[in-house]
Design a protein around this ligand. Structure first.
Ligand SMILES: [Zn+2]
Length: 112
């Protein structure tokens, strides 16, 4: 069965696409501005593993920097590195669901 060939984009094309996405979400841009993106990149470099997976003795690369206290309830801690934690997309999704359902921004205990 024929498959679509992969699309290759250079760095300038990827940046234009990211700029268009940012312009489409002005509310999100106030939270995830240039200062945030720079801090996020440094945090991931210094903390490359998912902290939630690590608690379960799993080594998983972190791709997301999460606010321990969500920006919605602690906007003053948006750029506070002590409020950051590295996590993988899977753990971030679980935490996000738990936050929306129960107001707890943590992964429910998965050991039990
Ligand atoms: Zn994880």
């Amino acid at each position: 069965m024929p498959t679509k060939p992969p699309t290759f984009r250079n760095k300038a094309q990827l940046e234009r696409i990211a700029d268009r996405k940012r312009q489409a979400r002005p509310e999100t841009n106030k939270i995830y501005d240039g200062a945030w993106r720079r801090l996020r990149r440094h945090h991931l470099a210094a903390n490359p593993l998912c902290v939630e997976c690590f608690k379960l003795d799993k080594i998983v690369e972190a791709t997301v920097v999460d606010h321990i206290q969500p920006v919605a309830i602690a906007p003053d801690r948006r750029l506070d590195p002590t409020n950051f934690r590295s996590c993988c997309q899977s753990c971030r999704s679980i935490m996000s669901q738990n936050w929306k359902a129960n107001g707890i921004n943590e992964v429910p205990n998965r050991r039990s």
